[in-house]
Each structure stands twice: as structure tokens, then as C-alpha cells.
Design a protein around this ligand. Structure first.
Ligand code: FPP
Length: 268
């Protein structure tokens, strides 16, 4: 006999199956962003909440760097950019800056083997000349040692600020004009992009910022022209693979129109 229960049951089953699906399983791997950029924020507040010094938050943040890198590579994302140290961060207390630099040197050195094992290439953007010698050295070595890896590129933004990058690009273009190698009428967005630190990478489709702050803080201003933004209250040391999957799923629910109408996008 066909009862209400019989009819309802299969629907309930489907809902149950979908609820049981892990966040990772819900991601459509055919519609991944190629490039995800992350403003890692909230280390200091996280440490203070634990009654610890700020540096403890940065140390704990390394686990989230590892988790996010692994999650991105496992999904098949090709580029991951992490804002690890901004030009403005040089103004923090000297003790904190020194500790961050030490942590960077230690982490990059310690993680190079894992990057190689996972076929991940390391790259850097920013004013690397302003970094301490030990940091530059370990970065150069890691970049060289991972140069042939193809699965994903992990880009660290170090001593980076977007306005600095844009000014530097402008100087290079102006120099070419002064030398008669370039006509001002031939300057366009493509040519400008080619002078940026990020010239070898596609623009990020998704920008994540942790810790509840909703600002860009001088990060990739040119490159995020059409990026989707994802802000989460989660503090960086609490950001893990599941948090990353949530951001990707949220991105997959967006409609990216690039200035066109929904109808035009459907016709493409
Ligand atoms: C922002 O939190 C975080 C930073 C300025 C540093 C990020 C660095 C790491 C996670 C460590 C190492 C990274 C790599 C790539 C090896 P905040 O200090 O501004 O936090 P707050 O806003 O709560 O003060």
C-alpha cells in the first residue's frame, strides 16, 4: 500500500545523504578558482584570547598555513597567495618583527621538503630587498629547490604592499618611455599587469580575509578588480581545511558577471 510514509521516505533519504556529505564532497571541482589569495588576520587577538603573547599567535598560524596549502593543493587549485608580511608591518614593535622574520626563516626552511614532496612551487612577491639577509637566503634556496614543481604555486607576499608594487611598475614603464622604447599611447592594462610582481600569475578569483575585518589593507589592489571577497569571523590560527572548503563553497554560489547582465552570462 502506498502510504504517505512511502512517498516521503526517499525524499528524506536524499536530504540525509546530502547532509552527510562532507564540505569537501560538496565542492564542484570543475568550477574551482584557479587562484585564491588570503589575508591571514587575527593571530594577535587569538593569542591574547589564550592569555599568550602575540608571537604565540603567529607560531600557531603556521599550522593554518600548512592546512590551507594542503587543502588548496588537494582540491586542485593552481595558485595560492598568502599575505604574510605587509610593508606596514615593519612599523610593529621590533621584537614582534624580529620574531616574525625568525619564524618565516624557520618555517620556510623546515617546509621546503614537504613542498617538494607535494609538488608545490614556492614564489614570492614584495620588496624582498628589504628583508633580512637570512630570510632572503632561505627564500632564494626554497624558490630554487621547488622551481620545477607543477601541482600548485604557493606565493608568499612578504614586505608587500600594492601601492608600492604599482609605483614600481609605473617607474619601469616611465623609464621605457624616457628611453624611447615605449609610446605612451601603447600603455594599456595588459602592459601594466606585465610590470607587476604578479605578472606570471593569473588574477585571484577569490580573496579570503579572516578575523572579521572587512578591508583590503593594500593587498593586490590591481589584481582583485573582479575577485569575489569572502570574509570570515574565524581568527587565522583557527582557520583549517573545513574553513577553506566553506570559502570555496561560498565562492561557487556566486554569480560572476564581469560587468555584464545575468542573461548575457547565460548565453555564453
Ligand atoms: C596578522 O595577524 C598576521 C600576520 C601579520 C603574520 C602572518 C604570519 C604567519 C601566519 C606566520 C608565518 C607565515 C608563513 C607563510 C610561513 P595580526 O598579528 O595582525 O593579528 P591581530 O589583527 O589580531 O593583531
Amino acid at each position: 500500500m502506498l502510504t504517505n510514509q512511502n512517498i516521503v521516505q526517499p525524499i528524506n533519504d536524499t536530504v540525509g545523504t546530502s547532509a552527510r556529505m562532507s564540505l569537501k564532497e560538496k565542492i564542484d571541482i570543475t568550477r574551482l578558482p584557479q587562484h585564491v589569495a588570503v589575508i591571514m588576520d587575527g593571530n594577535g587577538r587569538w593569542a591574547e584570547q589564550q592569555g599568550q603573547v602575540r608571537v604565540f599567535g603567529h607560531q600557531s598560524g603556521v599550522t593554518s598555513v600548512r592546512e590551507t596549502t594542503e587543502a588548496a593543493a588537494e582540491l586542485g587549485i593552481k595558485y595560492l597567495t598568502l599575505y604574510a608580511f605587509s610593508t606596514e608591518n615593519w612599523n610593529r614593535p621590533k621584537d614582534e618583527v624580529d620574531a616574525l622574520m625568525e619564524l618565516l626563516v624557520y618555517t620556510i626552511h623546515a617546509e621546503t621538503a614537504t613542498l617538494n614532496k607535494n609538488n608545490i612551487r614556492l614564489a614570492v612577491i614584495g620588496d624582498t630587498d628589504s628583508l633580512p639577509d637570512a630570510c632572503r637566503k632561505v627564500l632564494d634556496e626554497a624558490i630554487l629547490n621547488t622551481a620545477n614543481n607543477k601541482r600548485m604555486t604557493l606565493i608568499l607576499a612578504l614586505s608587500y604592499s600594492s601601492r608600492w608594487e604599482i609605483v614600481e611598475a609605473t617607474k619601469k614603464i616611465a623609464q621605457q618611455v624616457v628611453e624611447g622604447k615605449l609610446q605612451p599611447k601603447n600603455i594599456n592594462a595588459e602592459l601594466f599587469s606585465a610590470q607587476l610582481n604578479t605578472s606570471l600569475f593569473p588574477d585571484p578569483e577569490l580573496l579570503i580575509r579572516t578575523s572579521g575585518e572587512q578591508r583590503i589593507s593594500n593587498f593586490l589592489l590591481w589584481q582583485i578588480a573582479y575577485s569575489e571577497f569572502y570574509f570570515t569571523e574565524t581568527l587565522w590560527p583557527d582557520f583549517d581545511k573545513e574553513e577553506f572548503y566553506k570559502a570555496i563553497l561560498d565562492y561557487q554560489g556566486r554569480e560572476r558577471r564581469f560587468g555584464k547582465t545575468s542573461a548575457q552570462m547565460l548565453q555564453q
